[in-house]
Ligand binder design. Structure first.
Ligand SMILES: Nc1nc2c(ncn2[C@@H]2O[C@H](COP(=O)(O)OP(=O)(O)OP(=O)(O)O)[C@@H](O)[C@H]2O)c(=O)[nH]1
Ligand SMILES: [Mg+2]
Length: 386
């Protein structure tokens, strides 16, 4: 692909120059008018610049000579000059720009990789393997490098270090880099209000059922449930069924104004869970409506529930879109459906938000745990199968 710029007094002239050099298959991908010379804007000469691309392969394949203009069709200049065809160009120009952007990004990535490879070379073998294990498990490369560097520093300051200590050192590093996972806490003398928010189908209701059952049945806490998910009849039924089995009361709330009464009904409880409707992160009115509910509820804790089998970039977008009031902690569900867990770390690190729980199956109440740093370290190094 050749790309050239030509400046002339008129479009025709610029096109002529382009044609002389690149032939008839060149395409105009950008035109720009500007003024040249003059004093303080006076007596300046209007000039035109065209950016022209020639795809040699396309040129060979072309059945007849065309010159395609970007936006408006270029008028026929004369019999033997160019026929302007407007149809394909905007798409082609976009494609070209996109290709250029991709190439630029590829170069930057390659450069970055080479730099890191150089830096890795100087590291002990065990640290290099650690880096590789992290990256293989989907930990962001920059973050993996940072972890590797910290591990290296620790190893160097500890005499008589053995490779077998790697997991221990890695756990310590994670412990120092990430917020310690923290389960739900309790208030003294008033209920702890905990809201679960997140995209559709990630496991909010199931997680509430697991927690409610554990607190009520194993820890003898007084638990109350509130649902504002009244969009689907099945959603209310689902929580109602769990509430009945566990033996805890459920309040159904249709409007933000109804929340105060519902919460007041549970004022004798140790913890109140608010279940919310799953929302598409891109549906702004729905997210705003959720925000309105949260503002009225004033929860002590807002937990964002995320499905572990979601790519890092999507998880980060979900986080941003749901961060309308606050996000206090993260819950990662469905780890049983995943093989790699780097995304958990990527999101926790980037958003500086700690984990509360991970869930590893559909069984209520068993499949939930508070992951400690050593368990997390094992997960992201691919040492545990969940
Ligand atoms: N494998 C697996 N499935 C899970 C886990 N947690 C929840 N699920 C399943 O995911 C599905 C959706 O769970 P729900 O709790 O209804 O999800 P939700 O976020 O409340 O969904 P909406 O209210 O529709 O947004 C159900 O089939 C659950 O059994 C988990 O940790 N592992
Ligand atoms: Mg639900």
């Amino acid at each position: 692909m050749k790309i050239r710029r030509y400046v002339a007094d008129s479009l025709q002239e610029a096109v002529k120059q382009a044609r002389l050099e690149l032939g008839r298959d060149a395409m105009i991908i950008h035109t720009r008018k500007f003024k040249q010379g003059g004093f303080f804007g006076l007596f300046a000469r209007p000039r035109i610049e065209i950016t022209v691309a020639l795809d040699e392969e396309v040129a060979q394949a072309a059945s007849h000579d065309t010159l395609r203009a970007e936006s408006k069709p270029v008028p026929m200049v004369s019999e033997d000059t160019f026929v302007a065809v407007n149809k394909e160009l905007p798409e082609k120009a976009d494609e070209l720009l996109e290709e250029l952007r991709e190439m630029k990004q590829m170069m930057a990535d390659l450069n970055h990789k080479l730099e890191e490879k150089d830096k890795l070379k100087g590291m002990p073998r065990s640290v290099q393997s650690l880096y590789k294990a992290l990256v293989n498990n989907q930990v962001n490369e920059k973050l993996a490098f940072r972890i590797a560097q910290s591990v290296k520093q620790r190893i160097e300051t500890e005499e008589g270090h053995h490779d077998e200590d790697m997991m221990g050192v890695c756990t310590e590093v994670l412990g120092s880099m990430f917020k310690k996972p923290k389960p739900i806490e309790f208030n003294r003398g008033r209920p702890r209000v905990v809201a679960m928010i997140g995209p559709t189908g990630v496991g909010k209701t199931t997680t509430i059922a697991k927690l409610a059952a554990n607190f009520a049945l194993l820890e003898r806490k007084r638990v109350g449930l509130v649902t504002i998910d009244t969009y689907r009849i099945a959603a209310v039924e689902q929580l109602k069924t769990y509430a009945e089995i566990i033996g805890v009361p459920l309040e159904v709330v249709f409007h933000p104004e109804g929340l105060e009464t519902a919460l007041a009904k549970h004022k004798d409880k140790d913890v109140i869970f608010i279940d919310t409707a799953g929302r598409s992160p891109r549906n702004e009115p729905h997210i705003n409506e959720l925000a309105e509910f949260l503002r009225v509820a004033e929860p002590d804790e807002i937990l964002l529930v995320l499905s572990t089998n979601t790519p890092t970039l999507d998880l980060l977008e979900i986080y941003q879109r749901f961060n309308v009031v606050r996000i206090d902690k993260l819950v990662f569900t469905k780890v049983d459906e995943c093989e790699r867990f780097g995304q958990i770390l990527n999101v926790a690190y980037k958003t500086k938000t700690g984990l509360a729980y991970i869930t590893n199956g559909q069984n209520v109440p068993d499949d939930i745990m508070v992951p400690d740093p050593s368990y997390l370290a094992k997960m992201i190094l691919g040492e545990v199968s969940v």
